[in-house]
Design a protein around this ligand. Structure first.
Ligand code: AMP
Length: 281
């Protein structure tokens, strides 16, 4: 992969890169489309990264659908697929870790300790191998996107980190490789994340600016779904990921919920433009 990427760069081409863990869905393919619109060639990776899974998480049973994935990527027009195995990425004696301090310990990082250390380490390695002009990530994982942007800035990486919109099912559920774990009752209940954030969006549209009240309303909606066990619902500054008490510049309302054995996350982006607050689900 390094050799191919080096050759491509020598031709003056600008590489677009889409890292994934496979089990591809329309969310991943939207990143591919953004990359294809701006770069040539486009390289995708599929690597279920063991170091970002906790000891009691679903690494072993994470869905793996390599053949269907590679067909989808080819049909979409991706030029190269990089699918290393774990020993290639983490040979015996591997010792170097990357950690973005201050952004990695809160929210997802509090529940999934060590998760972001695994993410930033593997993403840095992938960016180093491919050295793309632009790398594409989804806002579905908003904290991850923010952390990777910080890493790119702090380490003077040449790759621009692009964060793309969330792709949803028709009923609002954010697409995720883990949605296949949901049974039909759980699948219905899973829309509660979207509905709670959509409620927040409506209240902001009606002029609500008090972050504590918005957060309380989100929590109340999550609690009302009997199959949902809320883990957190927070309203934070999109840059620092610190809690806010009033809406300002750019904020994120982030939720994590357990439904059965499945953990789901979602978020609402709230941005101030000329004194008005615009929301993106
Ligand atoms: P994953 O394979 O889950 O690690 O995701 C690979 C990339 O796809 C990450 O940048 C995710 O944020 C992004 N992604 C996953 N689900 C969605 C979605 N529903 N909409 C947009 N991007 C997504």
């Amino acid at each position: 992969m390094k050799q191919s990427a080096r050759q491509v760069r020598a031709d003056g081409s600008s590489i677009g890169f889409v890292p994934t863990m496979g089990a591809l869905h329309a969310g991943h393919l939207s990143l591919v489309r953004s990359a294809l619109a701006e770069c040539h060639p486009v390289i995708a990776s599929i690597f279920v990264n063991p170091t970002q899974f906790g000891p009691h998480e679903d690494f072993q049973k994470y869905p793996r659908t390599m053949e269907a994935d590679s067909q989808q990527l080819e049909d979409a027009g991706v030029d190269y697929l990089f699918a290393p195995d774990a020993l290639e990425m983490y040979p015996r004696g591997f010792r170097t870790w990357v950690n973005v301090e201050g952004l990695s310990e809160c929210l997802e990082g509090r529940v999934r300790q060590g998760h972001f250390r695994g993410v930033t380490t593997v993403v840095l390695k992938l960016l180093e191998i491919v050295q793309p002009q632009k790398a594409y990530f989804g806002r579905k994982d908003a904290q991850q996107g923010r952390i990777i942007q910080q890493m790119a800035r702090d380490l003077h990486l040449d790759s621009e980190i692009v964060v793309c919109p969330i792709v949803r099912e028709p009923d609002g559920l954010a697409m995720s490789s883990r949605n296949v774990y949901l049974n039909s009752d759980e699948r219905r209940a899973a829309t509660i994340l979207f509905r709670a954030l959509d409620g927040a969006r409506a209240s902001i549209a009606h002029g609500e600016r008090d972050a504590l009240r918005i957060k309380a309303a989100i929590r109340e909606m999550l609690r009302a779904e009997p199959l949902a066990e809320p883990e957190y619902a927070e309203l934070v500054d999109a840059e620092t990921l610190e809690s806010v008490t009033r809406l300002r510049r750019a904020c994120l309302a982030l939720v994590a919920v357990r439904i059965g054995r499945v953990r789901l996350i979602d978020n609402l982006l709230i941005e101030e433009r000329d004194g008005a607050f615009l929301t993106k689900l």
